[in-house]
Design a protein around this ligand. Structure first.
Ligand code: SF4
Length: 371
């Protein structure tokens, strides 16, 4: 179990938790008008589809039962063909289901890795297999490209917890104190911030200012974890990830009681008492690195459920204990919706140019920070 400091953290936030944000309005559909729609591909399961997708099924057979593959395979084949026709890439977050992550994605990773990939791609179209704020980040970094999110309702409880107006009020309350905003926020919130961060670089970003007090928004638990890793005083916001806040210290103690050698890896969006029970705390990419490099016999990944499936594909021999908390927003992205996105070029992500320019600055400052 990790020993962590418990520093003072000042928190602000709405007295009553905010509900989910209304889904953004669909984009203008200009890409579809300009580039046209594709013919709908055939989606039946037959010997040809089986043969052409066999190498992909081999990759996921440990986590996708054979009975499910005849449903997935025709979509996998159609999506991979449509990507070529459209000159498109799919950026998939670590929380996507194994058939998306392993069989159709061009790049996979955490928010920071996907943001970096978004700056490098030569493709004209980006399909974001993730949630809306990730697609917005890709659009910020690629204003001239078509960025698509297969379901506009793929939101995030952290992004819903704060508005640009909240950030302006905090700036008035703490003049001169730098504002670091987690990428899990809307472009409107990013636009009011000095710089963005992800869970993999939050400590580095906070310390980059060289000051003794920094505002870290909107995830209270990430901010509290950062405060344990630095001497900088942290001012936080009471936003929470609805997936990570469900884990409890008690359930982790039970895993350890049943096997004292189990390695418990927790995401910093978890509550502090959960993190205190973990052997290691880090972003999803840091958790993946931990498992790949150290090859523990048995591991509990205290994060979104699909992560364990995706890491298992690459680390045979490691036993994964699976507390299964699913992110309902990530799970809105499915193979049929990705195919729809490529065929009809929807839903196009658009950002008000006045907001986009300031939000882009905050994201680019993070990306260009020396690691
Ligand atoms: S897992 Fe949590 S932080 Fe990630 S998208 Fe879902 S609600 Fe947001």
């Amino acid at each position: 179990m990790a020993t962590i400091r418990t520093p003072e953290v000042e928190t602000f936030g709405p007295l009553v938790p905010r509900g989910p944000m209304a889904p953004p309005r669909p984009g203008p559909g200009t890409a579809a008008k300009r580039l046209g729609v594709l013919p709908v591909p055939p989606l039946e399961w037959n010997k040809d589809v089986e043969r052409e997708t066999a190498h992909l099924y081999e990759r996921v057979q440990a986590v996708v039962p054979p009975v499910e593959w005849p449903f997935f395979a025709p979509y996998v084949k159609a999506i991979n063909e449509a990507k070529k026709t459209r000159n498109a890439v799919i950026l998939a977050h670590n929380y996507q289901t194994p058939e998306i992550y392993n069989c159709v994605a061009d790049f996979v990773g955490d928010s920071l890795q996907l943001a970096r990939e978004a700056t490098k791609t030569k493709a004209g179209i980006i399909v974001q297999a993730g949630v809306h704020f990730m697609a917005e980040t890709s659009k910020l970094l690629n204003p001239d490209k078509v960025v698509l999110i297969p379901d506009l309702r793929a939101g995030c409880s952290l992004a819903s917890s704060i508005t640009g107006e909240d950030v302006r009020l905090l700036r008035e309350r703490f003049p001169g104190v730098p504002i670091v905003t987690y990428v899990n926020t809307s472009a409107d919130v990013k636009a009011e911030s000095d710089i963005c961060c992800t869970s993999s670089n939050a400590v580095q970003v906070v310390e980059s200012f060289g000051v003794d007090k920094v505002i870290v928004l909107p995830d209270e638990y990430l901010a509290r974890w950062v405060a344990t890793q630095t001497n900088v005083k942290i001012i936080a916001w009471k936003g929470h990830c609805e997936v990570h806040e469900r884990f409890t210290a008690e359930e982790l103690r039970k895993y350890r009681e049943s096997d004292p050698n189990v390695q418990i890896l927790a995401h910093p969006e978890c509550p502090p008492d959960v993190i205190a029970e973990a052997d290691f705390t880090g972003s999803t990419s840091a958790m993946i690195r931990f498992v790949k490099e150290r090859r523990p016999k048995k591991v509990v990944m205290v994060t979104e459920c699909s992560m364990a499936d995706n890491v298992q594909v690459e680390t045979p021999g490691v036993e994964f204990v699976r507390p299964c908390n699913l992110c309902p927003h990530m799970k809105r992205i499915t193979l049929p919706k990705i195919l729809d996105s490529l065929v009809y070029l929807r839903e196009e992500v658009e950002i008000d140019p006045a907001i986009a320019e300031r939000a882009r600055r905050a994201v680019e400052r993070m990306i260009h920070l020396k690691s």
